[in-house]
Design a protein around this ligand. Sequence first.
Ligand code: AQP
Length: 331
Amino acid sequence: MTRIFSGIKPTGHLTLGNYLGALRRWVEVDQHRADALFSVVDLHALTVEHDPARVRRLSRQAATLMLAAGLDPALCTVFVQSHVDEHTRLSYLLECTATDGELRRMIQYKEKSARARASGESVRFSLLSYPVLMAADILAYRTDEVPVGEDQTQHVELTRDLALRFNQRYGHTFTVPRATRPPVAARVMDLQDPTSKMGKSHDSGAGIVYLLDDTDAVRKKIMRAVTDSGREVAYDRDAKPGVTNLLEILAACTDRDPQELAGAYDSYGALKRDTAEAVVELLRPMRARHAALAADSDSVEQVLREGAERARSMARPVVDSAFRAIGLLPA
Ligand code: AQP
């Protein structure tokens, strides 16, 4: 059976981008067709300035939202990355496989380190090394497919390179995974700056729809979305990034084609109204389930404990065999 691994990092409140670009497909497709593992990748939240209490809170909230969105522990494995030691054990071996040059070429590293330096912050070494930890997350489970948004494709490419290199040098140990992407909404853009990704750790709350935003806030954010000059509703990411983003969101919410939808509107106002209503309806059941689950945190913790046990039992033999292959004495 195909093995899938994907994760969400608790760097902020989950957004519509996380849902349309990742979570929805995990729920509707991946957990049914594959042996799937979905993780709150909390170690990845430590690569930038962080507040320990906030990371704890956001980790719990992310796990609760993943379940509220419909991940079913009877169908897939839901767990917290730091609960399974195999990720960090394997990460070191992969650090010994990766090169400094290839890590410095990672676009996210270049962008985030430049941003940190520009604002006078120091750059954590883990910001450079985290793609290797991500490779360990994936390879520890002999994953076949990694559903990710466009922004993570380069890291999955690195994972493939590391798996191939390790296998060539030390004998076949890892499955070489491939990235898969959702058909639409692979990249939901910020409503106030439609040329940059809607990211949960970004500052501009006005351009970001959070999954737990109340109905009024969702409507306001979408009605105030930046649109483009002119009046024509056209699906064209370069010439009309704002309108195109709204069309993609509406298309993803209603399972329609964004190009076709463009032909159905002759004003930005109507497009915004329909998009706002579609998003409100999409999020309504999830918010209700989240409220119920948040009131029963014991059951969420139980799911995470069982998920970690299952994940550990899958990862341990793979990581142990990597330790042996690379030349370490068995304990
Ligand atoms: N805007 C988005 N559009 C489509 N997919 C997205 N994803 C995230 N944002 C969008 C996908 O959601 C999964 C989990 O994301 P993540 O936690 O790795 O990254 P993030 O939500 O983008 O969080 P940050 O902290 O705001 O990230 P950075 O700092 O990297 O910008 C992934 O499959 C991701 O592709």
